[in-house]
Design a protein around this ligand. Structure first.
Ligand code: NAD
Ligand code: TYD
Length: 339
């Protein structure tokens, strides 16, 4: 079995590679990554010398390059994590989101079809469903919830999902899609809520909470997401969408307070800043389908996962300090100065 994993130098893709290494040591894994600002080869250092792992720097939207790689590697399965993934960046510059998330997916679908891959799995997001109101805690996203996107990021992810459905229906391609809620855990790029707040707390810097901090996200430990994708690849039905989430809704402000408490720092570091444009209020997944059909349940409780994650950022300071001391400073300045 040869599995081609795109975006494997990013947060979830790298965790997926580590997960698959353990769960299926017999698989050959090929990682394709463009190494954008979010991709980091340091993350993959522990597997780089593994004879059953192979890294190729390439852009999924580069058709001739993808054709060449697929002709040479002949993967059995493709799992597409590669994406521009940050909502705030998509608000600043949507174009690259369409190039990678939409056109890149189309290229991967075309070459997967041409070389007859046995399964193409698209890693999508619950953000394609838009948001839910705070005063309707009875509402959840099911796989039947209409797509109703808010940001250029979520619009690009939804477009990719529609292309996947079209390639399944039109060409009969063996495609599955998973839509997961917010992930957290090791190797998450420090622009995202949890690592950003950990890094700022450790530096005694202000913690920029958007709006009133009342927005709700449904947090899942990254390893649970990886296990769910593995299960979908093994037992999922082609042509199906599977939502992934563990009923763990939290308000942003409560997450920030948990981090402050864990690191023994004062709440006076919290700074409310101008809200994100079009900010989604609440995400909440109904995971009934994946639980009933595939028996998936999350293994990590948030109370444990967040402590493990904070521990990881404390133990791996050089990994994220290298990032925040580089080009990231310009990003932070652009995004947060005078906000
Ligand atoms: P990330 O930004 O940490 O990593 C993305 C990776 O893709 C990086 O290594 C980057 O270099 C690579 N990449 C970007 N453009 C590329 C291109 N054109 N060609 C090849 N590689 C390219 O993102 P993440 O948080 O790990 O998210 C991975 C996937 O999971 C994305 O598709 C995202 O939409 C989805 N997702 C993320 C979350 C979350 O909470 N982070 C939740 C649900 C779904
Ligand atoms: P983020 O990690 O960007 O994920 P997403 O927008 O895809 O859910 O943000 C999670 C939540 O945290 C979201 O409601 C926006 C909020 N947030 C802040 O309040 N401050 C910040 O500095 C960041 C990055 C996010």
């Amino acid at each position: 079995m040869k599995m081609l994993i795109t975006g494997g130098a990013g947060f979830i893709g790298s965790n997926f590679i580590f997960y698959m290494r353990k769960a299926h040591p017999d698989y050959d894994l090929v990682c394709i990554d463009k190494l954008t600002y979010a991709g980091n080869l340091e993350t993959l250092a522990s597997v780089m010398d593994d004879p059953k792992f192979h890294f190729i720097r390439a852009d999924i939207a580069d058709r001739s390059e993808m054709d060449r790689i697929f002709a040479e590697e002949k993967p059995d399965v493709v799992v597409n994590f590669a994406a521009e993934s940050h909502v705030d960046r998509s608000i600043e510059n949507p174009a690259v989101f369409l190039e990678t998330n939409v056109m890149g997916t189309q290229v991967l679908l075309d070459v997967s079809r041409k070389y007859g891959v046995a399964r193409y799995h698209q890693v999508s997001t619950d953000e394609v469903y838009g948001d839910l109101p705070l005063d309707r805690p009875d509402l959840f996203f099911t796989e039947e919830t209409p797509l109703h996107t808010s940001s250029p990021y979520s619009a690009s992810k939804a477009s990719a999902d529609l292309l996947c459905n079209a390639y399944h229906r039109t060409y009969g391609m063996p495609i599955t899609i998973s839509r997961c809620s917010n992930n957290y855990g090791p190797y998450q790029f420090p622009e995202k809520l949890i690592p950003l707040m950990i890094a700022n707390t450790l530096a005694d810097k202000p913690l920029p909470v958007y709006g009133e901090g009342l927005n709700v996200r449904d947090w899942l430990y990254v390893e649970d997401h990886c296990a769910a994708i593995d299960l979908i690849l093994e037992k999922g039905r082609v042509g199906q969408v599977y939502n992934i989430g563990g009923h763990n809704e939290m308000r942003n402000i409560d997450i920030v307070k948990i981090i402050l408490k864990a690191l023994d720092k004062p709440e006076s570091l919290i700074t409310y800043v101008t809200d994100r444009k079009g900010h989604d209020m609440r995400y909440a997944i109904d995971p009934t389908k994946i639980h009933r059909e595939l028996g998936w349940l999350p293994a990590t409780k948030f109370a444990d996962g967040i402590q493990k994650t904070i521990r990881w950022y404390l133990d791996n300071r050089s990994w994220w300090e290298n990032i925040i001391n580089g080009e990231y400073q310009n990003y932070y300045e652009r995004m947060y100065a005078n906000r």
